[in-house]
Design a protein around this ligand. Structure first.
Ligand code: NDX
Length: 256
């Protein structure tokens, strides 16, 4: 049966860090080609409806850790921290897989990116799940540790911001519409990438709560992946809407 190989965790986390830097270098100037940054040239054949695409892409991030958690034998009952933290991760991806896609009004998603996105979700789902289920050791009072409590608080706050902002974005369109409008309300009052800001806060909260290398690597990846994308969204809005609110920042309220 499976056991913890610390070398494997270190190797996979380091590679995730490398992927983050690769992502950053590839997409600092040119955004990932989906959504509002997709090239017109893309043939419709190379795309899948947003619903199917987001469902398929994010499913492994839920399934892989959930299966690891369920199938571990003997079941790991102690300490509570490991299961709780693994459940937090699964909880986010339950939302992202089973709820978010069914309400999205996004345009069709490029198959090629879907393929890489899925690979990424398998990789990361395995790393986070494997670490928490097979490797992590927490003292029995971890649930009252300041790292756990403050991290959990940040996670919940970030998740709230992310879900609320995705809802505001969705309400900009009627079903079937694919046009872009100026997002209003919530944290969009302060930043163009409110949903991304929430997601980044969420994963740094998770990293602090788990106090683990894999989770910090993933938070860093998230920052490198959607941080630049928030900046590209911001530039797109400034270019497209002459009446775009001048005081609005790209990602971090009042700062950047
Ligand atoms: N999926 C994470 N790199 C990504 C897919 C692509 O979950 O190979 C990263 C994720 C993947 C990427 C993923 C990882 C890196 C990959 C890349 C493909 C290539 C790349 C694998 C896995 C790669 C290397 C080589 C380095 C490994 O029509 P539309 O779609 O634009 O509509 C949008 C709508 N909307 C508006 N509607 C009206 N008016 C407006 N002004 C609007 N603005 C937007 O709202 C959408 O329907 C919806 C949201 O759009 P947008 O653009 O704000 O968010 P989006 O980027 O689609 O993300 C959706 C949610 C969001 O909450 C975000 O926080 C979360 O997913 N997310 C997204 C990406 C990554 C991620 C989280 C993470 O890293 N944690």
């Amino acid at each position: 049966s499976m056991q913890c190989f610390p070398g494997l965790v270190l190797a996979l986390s380091s590679l995730l860090g490398v992927l983050a830097l690769l992502q950053l270098s590839l997409h600092l100037r040119v955004p990932s080609r989906y959504g509002k940054h997709e090239e017109r040239l893309c043939r419709p054949r190379g795309r899948l409806p947003a619903r199917c695409a987001w469902f398929l892409q994010e499913l492994p991030s839920f399934l892989v850790p959930a299966l690891l958690l369920a199938l571990r034998s003997p079941p790991r009952l102690e300490p509570l921290g490991c299961r709780l933290l693994c459940c937090l991760f699964c909880w986010h991806y339950f939302y992202r897989t089973f709820i978010y896609p069914f309400f999205t009004r996004g345009r069709p998603f490029p198959l090629q990116l879907l393929f890489f996105g899925m690979l990424f979700c398998i990789y990361n789902g395995f790393l986070q799940g494997y670490y928490l289920i097979y490797c992590a050791e927490y003292p029995n009072d971890w649930c009252t540790d300041i790292r756990f409590t403050s991290g959990l608080l940040l996670f919940l706050l970030g998740m709230g911001i992310n879900i609320h902002s995705d809802l505001l974005l969705r309400q900009l369109r009627k079903p079937g519409e694919v046009t872009y409008k100026i997002p209003q309300g919530g944290l969009f009052t302060y930043v163009s990438g409110a949903n991304y800001f929430g997601e980044i806060v969420e994963w740094f909260g998770f990293a602090i709560a788990t106090w683990s290398l894999p989770a910090f690597a993933f938070a860093f990846f998230t920052l490198c992946c959607i941080g630049p994308r928030a900046y590209h969204h911001h530039r797109y809005y400034l270019k497209t809407f002459t009446d775009y609110p001048k005081s609005r920042k790209a990602l971090i309220p009042f700062v950047f």
